[in-house]
Design a protein around this ligand. Structure first.
Ligand SMILES: [Cu+2]
Length: 506
């Protein structure tokens, strides 16, 4: 869209100038500016120890041919001619052992920082933001502060959470394959932390696992993570120190890497959705990360329905929805109405077109990421939700006594003598609970288990629910309101003549 382009070109200009400054620094090559030892050096070293006429594969086969006398008669290879692992201390060699990694180029050194508009179409984050960056000497610089803050999950429900830059989920990190990135993490918690870059191929010491790959970041300290992105795809980041507590308090986020070269047509709408779950006991203001099950606050990008922003697309748009799951204990089958899609990426790599298959739900287990794609070809308002029924509920309603089907009128009048206003909830299900709640005193800091007013009726859902809105025409991607369905395309009451015509007896 034209307004977007003008924004991007402004950003591009700034980025161009700092990138060329780096490249023009006297006496410094681009590789030095980027601080990369790199695979080119490593492969040159490997080439120097292999006879030029002998492919590496043949060399390997000869070494492994253990049986037979012929092998004994061959001259023993001198130690120096044996292929060694590439790389040397102080350098990092890009991992190249698996051809299924999602990569659009063969080498990642020397690229300018990727620019929005030119190298990628920026992602859309409902209820969220992307992490701003600046460019210093050709390196993309990010900064995140880990701290406690008051987060609103939906109107009426707040809790003190731990987040990156006061966001739950954390701001989406967005970059391009071949970008050199440097991420500063400042710890403002009263406890140690570290950040793991989930699914990313990087030097072991940058992996962020407290104790294994690094010393933990002490309260008040700022750590620096730096590497060159040598893959593209849908990834995540999260605390990897006391993860039960720290992820359970909200230290999670998504990390998107766009391909340096276009592999397929870009999505017009590229949505990022992080799934999460928290246990907030009504009347309290802090998630309880120690529970094993029974999480009562289920979130898309840190918000539960009706607090979730809709996803907006125009008919004909190519849509990508990237889903990551950093819930504590729950897998989520995310179901989209009105469309089918193909799963095109996991956090392990891209799925080749010939191996994709159609689905209408994508199961995203804890610690997994999935990207699905499709054309938005069906105008309307379409629910998108987790298909686990307890995950489309909010706080007030799990684990209640089962009163389904009982006649509670007598009971209510008796108990009301002791507890004025008492009303048994759930005799006909939970759908009416939110409406009852309008007339009842609710516990402090709690929201009804379901509910928001819809265009046709009350919506009896909460938690992991949002709406995918597709319109024939759109002036902008702002929320267009509810769908105005063409006449005769909405389910409604059957008339007597309908029933008579089709022989339906009621
Ligand atoms: Cu679920």
């Amino acid at each position: 869209m034209s307004d977007k382009k003008s924004n991007h070109s402004e950003i591009s200009k700034k980025q161009n100038s700092s990138a060329s400054k780096a490249a023009n620094r006297p006496g410094m090559t681009r590789r030095q500016a980027l601080g990369v030892g790199g695979a080119t050096l490593a492969s040159a070293a490997l080439a120097s120890v292999l006879p030029a006429s002998t492919p590496a594969k043949a060399q390997g086969m000869r070494g492994s041919h253990a049986g037979g006398m012929g092998a004994m008669n061959e001259p023993k290879p001198k130690p120096k001619s044996r292929p060694r692992p590439a790389g040397k201390p102080g350098t990092y060699t890009y991992p190249r052992g698996n051809d299924f990694y999602a990569r659009s180029v063969d080498d990642w050194d020397g690229f300018e920082p990727g620019r929005p508009g030119e190298h990628y179409t920026p992602v859309v984050v409902p209820n969220g933001v992307t992490l701003p960056h600046k460019i210093v000497d050709g390196v993309k610089i990010f900064h995140m502060v880990v701290e406690e803050f008051l987060h609103t999950f939906a109107p009426g429900l707040q809790a003190m959470c731990w987040g990156f830059n006061k966001q739950l989920s954390g701001p989406v990190i967005e970059a391009v394959e071949g970008d050199r990135i440097r991420i500063y993490v400042t710890n403002k918690l009263n406890t140690k932390t570290s950040v793991h870059w989930h699914g990313l191929l990087l030097p072991s010491g940058m992996d962020g696992v407290g104790g294994i790959s690094q010393r933990k970041i002490q309260p008040g300290e700022t750590f620096m993570y730096e590497w060159t992105l040598n893959q593209y795809g849908t990834f995540m980041y999260h605390s990897h120190t006391d993860t039960m507590t720290q992820e359970g308090m909200g230290l999670t986020g998504m990390f998107i890497v766009h391909p340096r070269k276009e592999t397929e047509k870009r999505a017009d709408r590229d949505f990022v959705m992080l799934l999460g779950e928290y246990d907030i006991v009504p009347g309290t203001y802090r998630p309880d990360p120690s529970v094993f099950s029974g999480f009562n606050t289920l979130t898309f990008n840190g918000n539960c329905f009706p607090g979730t922003d809709p996803l907006i697309a125009k008919q004909g748009d190519k849509v990508r929805i990237r889903v990551g799951n950093l819930s504590a204990m729950s897998h989520h089958p995310i179901h989209l109405h009105g469309h089918a899609f193909q799963i095109v990426e996991t956090d392990g790599g891209a799925i080749p077109p010939e191996r994709r298959h159609p689905e209408t739900s994508v199961l995203c287990a804890v610690g997994q990421a999935r990207a699905v794609e499709f054309i938005a070809d069906n105008p309307g308002d379409w629910a998108m939700h987790c298909h686990m029924t307890h995950h489309t509920m909010n706080q007030m309603g799990h684990g209640l006594p089962n009163v389904l089907g009982i006649d509670h009128r007598k009971l209510d009048s008796q108990v009301a003598n002791l507890l004025p206003g008492y009303m048994t909830m759930g005799a006909n299900g939970m759908g009416g609970m939110a409406q009852h709640a309008q007339h009842m005193e609710m516990p402090e800091n709690s929201i009804p288990m379901v509910g928001a007013p819809g265009p046709h009726d009350y919506i009896a859902m909460g938690g992991l629910v949002t709406v995918f809105k597709v319109r024939e025409e759109l002036a902008s991607y702002d929320d267009p309101g509810w769908y105005n369905a063409p006449k005769g395309t909405t389910a409604t009451t059957a008339t007597r003549s309908d029933l008579r015509r089709d022989g339906i007896k009621i």
